[in-house]
Design a protein around this ligand. Structure first.
Ligand SMILES: [Zn+2]
Length: 300
């Protein structure tokens, strides 16, 4: 059996919110089997499960919420949890967004590794893709389709000399999330950041937590962490957004020019068609184990 995983103990950190510029406390706690990832606005005492049904905004980042409140920029922390195979955790956030840290998920990976990861008594559940699910809008498209293991391919294609027609594929059966993806920072264009800040957004944004590009080059003095860091960040975001399906996916993702909105529409299309996947307990090993065991778990 491949067991569900949670944190070994609680751990905290603080950082700045990208959009509010406010200091925010974050505490990660262990959580029981089959509880999934749940966020709590600790300043309000309101719980918000990290599921696609709770996504309320996907314009600048992924926001989850309910009628009362919301939490923004959940995707990098969700990506770290998914990348490290954490199924269950309770996450307290003291304000309206998860701190941006350095713009990547590496600080969250470090935090989770410091807390330690503990295996639990029940088998990990996965969604195995049985057929292709696709969404598109003009030249933007993304799809999930059947494949052994889990991989993400992404094509970035902006009208910018560094970001034209760049594709990266990461097969997580062979390539480590922490090394290949987690250090990739979010990115933005100088003129867009100036416009956002005039509109009272991205107030916490700086060269400390984003790659900033002007019309020709990277503005950050230290340059890039990976040659194709921006594409890798799109893969980081995608992993976090896909985790809102509620469990890991066995299959492949291919995206072209997409972002949080299309990722969300894809997860909604997946969940709307129960014939497109099968929920299985993961046994033996991570690749074709569930097929070997043949055991099926009906969707909740
Ligand atoms: Zn991002």
């Amino acid at each position: 059996m491949i067991a569900q995983r949670t944190l070994d103990h609680s751990i905290r950190c603080s950082g700045i919110g990208l959009h509010s510029g406010r200091k925010i406390q974050l505490i990660l706690h262990p959580s029981a089997e089959d509880t999934g990832i749940t966020f709590i606005r600790s300043d309000l005492g309101i719980k918000i499960p990290a599921t696609s049904a709770h996504v309320t905004d996907t314009r600048l980042c992924t926001t989850i919420g309910n009628a009362e409140t919301s939490i923004s920029t959940v995707e990098h922390l969700l990506s770290a949890l998914a990348g490290l195979g954490v199924d269950n955790a309770r996450i307290e956030v003291s304000g309206p967004e998860v701190p941006i840290m350095d713009g990547s998920s590496a600080p969250f990976v470090f935090l989770i590794q410091c807390a330690g990861i503990r295996e639990q008594g029940k088998a990990k559940k996965v969604m195995r893709m049985l057929k292709r699910v696709e969404v598109s809008d003009g030249d933007k498209r993304c799809a999930l389709y059947p494949a052994a293991g889990f991989k993400i391919g992404y094509l970035l294609d902006y009208d910018h000399p560094l970001l034209r027609n760049r594709r990266v594929e990461v097969d997580f059966s062979h390539q480590a999330y922490t090394r290949e993806i987690s250090r990739a920072r979010t990115f933005g264009f100088l003129h867009e950041i100036e416009a956002l800040q005039k509109a009272g957004l991205a107030l916490g944004g700086s060269l400390e937590n984003a790659i900033v590009l002007d019309t020709h080059r990277v503005v950050n003095e230290g340059g890039l962490r990976y040659e194709d860091e921006c594409v890798r960040h799109k893969i980081l975001d995608t992993l976090g957004d896909l985790s809102l399906a509620g469990m890991p996916i066995v299959g492949a993702f291919e995206g072209e020019r997409t972002g949080h909105e299309m990722n969300h529409l894809l997860v909604e299309a997946l969940l709307a068609d129960p014939s497109s996947y099968r929920i299985e307990e993961l046994k033996l090993d991570h690749s074709e184990a569930a097929e070997v065991s043949g055991e099926q778990v009906q969707p909740a």
